[in-house]
Design a protein around this ligand. Structure first.
Ligand SMILES: *Cc1c(COP(=O)(O)O)cnc(C)c1O
Length: 482
């Protein structure tokens, strides 16, 4: 898909005048022209700044431009690697023409292309500041306050009427859900082998045992066909994780849960807004647990939400969130709880984020689709799942690198992208190999995904040009290897 820059707009004969140079600079986007001889060999370059300086020194528009061109310009070579050419750029050398062996210009690199592209960035340009200021000026900065109530209401509306309880982060949301259904020592909880560790940590913090299950090769999420054989009389809960924005295949999981009296706690931290058979994740199991860390679909800095259709479970979560204090009887505790409350300050940010959540979600779909159309022709890249029964939110655009076809492994591709200041991150390590969760089992798929998986920049604010820059870089790196 490589976007060819129109280099030739910027190529002029060395006999050209400053006026002709200025006309070209005006027409182009590069801010530089190349002066060439009759053989098209580059003799020198002129930038916007060079022209300005020439005029200040008394040159007229009809002066021969070559008198002011820079002959000592830095250039890259087609025969050099992209990384080598990129290394020529810096704050001072902002434009580097790439010349072929005869000295003709064939490509061009700009400093603008070298600016660090973050993996994720929050969008805080709505009413966030206004609402936070409101908390400060009114003094409502702790967990009592109007914004917490409003945020819970907005979230409930978003999910279609669930009870929603705002908490301090996504991990505390999961912990409270497990505690609310009484998970404790002697119990087992099934989690996918490929997830962020918080999913498993909360199980251990309840004193229960983590049982890892392999993931599905298509959806990269908990594989329902791998669960049944892991069920024992001690299995108390299953935590399906809607990984990287894509829903798990929930029906078979819910069926297994119903048949065996097992609670289903959805980890929706990465998938707010995704739907399974038309229903939003977080409304399918006994609980949905959301995270509002700064890189999630919406953010409150740190924050989380527990959703449930069951009033009684919601009430239990509320009590546990607030030290276990019995409602209506201040400072009386029937059980030991936690302080997992969300502050009004966090909720103020959350209310502003929820005002724009639909925009965030539609932009995420656009980002995902642009990546897919740009990258689909590159052999050996497995693009993210999007099955007919689900709608992913492409939380973080992720793909698999099949080294046998690309000729380059995930780690090397990741490093080469970092070289051109494109942030990225590998998939999680499988849970079962890490010390706290060590266990045996058949984890073919999670092991492979963990080695092949790579996530690319996909914040709400990423520009289409930046997506194209990432894809161009990947294409260049992979093609250089094939
Ligand atoms: C982010 C995340 C969490 C934890 O959320 P925090 O708000 O950071 O505590 C849990 N599970 C998954 C899958 C996550 O991505």
């Amino acid at each position: 898909m490589k976007i060819k820059k129109d280099i030739h707009t910027n190529v002029l004969q060395e006999s050209s005048t400053l006026r002709q140079v200025m006309e070209r600079l005006n027409a182009g986007i590069l801010g530089i022209v190349f002066l060439v001889d009759v053989n098209q060999v580059v003799k020198g370059v002129l930038t916007d700044g060079d022209v300005r300086r020439a005029i200040l020194k008394g040159a007229s528009t009809e002066t021969i431009a070559a008198d002011y061109m820079n002959q000592q310009f830095v250039y890259g070579k087609v025969s050099a690697s992209h990384t080598e050419n990129v290394a020529l750029l810096n704050e001072r050398v902002r434009h580097v023409p790439i010349l072929d062996d005869s000295g003709r210009v064939v490509d061009f690199l700009s400093w603008a292309e070298m600016i660090r592209l973050p993996l994720m960035e929050p969008s805080l340009g709505g009413n966030e500041l206004k609402y936070v200021s409101d908390c400060i000026t009114t003094g409502w900065i702790s967990s009592q306050g109007e914004y917490v109530r409003r945020f819970e209401q907005q979230f409930s509306d978003f999910l279609g009427g669930e009870h929603c309880v705002a908490v301090s982060n996504g991990t505390s949301a999961l912990h409270l859900a497990l505690k609310a259904v009484g998970v404790g020592p002697g119990d087992e909880v099934i989690v996918p082998d490929l997830t962020f560790a918080a999913t498993a940590n909360v199980v251990l913090h309840c004193g229960a045992k983590v049982i890892c299950a392999d993931v599905d090769p298509i959806t990269w999420t908990l594989d329902p066909s791998k669960i049944e054989r892991l069920i024992t009389p001690n299995t108390k809960a299953i935590i399906p994780v809607h990984l990287y924005g894509h829903p798990c295949d929930m029906d078979p999981i819910l069926e297994i849960g119903a048949k065996n009296n097992i609670y289903i706690i959805e980890d929706c931290a990465e998938a707010q807004g995704a739907t399974y058979k038309g229903r939003r994740v977080g409304t399918l199991g006994h609980f949905g647990c959301f995270s509002f860390f700064s890189n999630k679909v919406i953010t409150t800095g740190e924050g989380g939400m527990v959703s449930t259709a069951n009033q009684e479970l919601a009430d239990k979560v509320k009590v546990l969130r607030d030290h276990g204090m019995t409602p209506g009887k201040r400072y009386w505790h029937d059980l030991p709880g936690f302080n997992y409350r969300m502050t009004n300050l966090q909720a103020a940010v959350g209310v502003a984020q929820m005002e724009r959540v639909d925009k965030f979600l539609s932009r995420r779909i656009e980002i995902g689709q642009r990546y897919i159309s740009n990258l689909s022709s590159i052999k050996g890249l497995v693009l993210p799942p999007n099955v007919p029964w689900a709608e992913t939110v492409y939380w973080i655009f992720s793909l698999l690198v099949d080294e046998r076809l690309t000729g380059i492994g995930r780690d090397e591709l990741a490093k080469r992208l970092f070289d051109v200041r494109i942030e990225n991150r590998p998939f999680f390590y499988p849970m079962h190999v890490q010390p706290p969760y060590l266990q045996d089992g058949d984890f073919e798929v999670s092991k492979r995904l963990s080695i092949q998986g790579l996530s690319l920049p996909s914040g709400n604010e990423i520009l289409n040009e930046e997506i194209d820059r990432v894809c161009n870089a990947i294409e260049l790196i992979v093609n250089g290897k094939q």
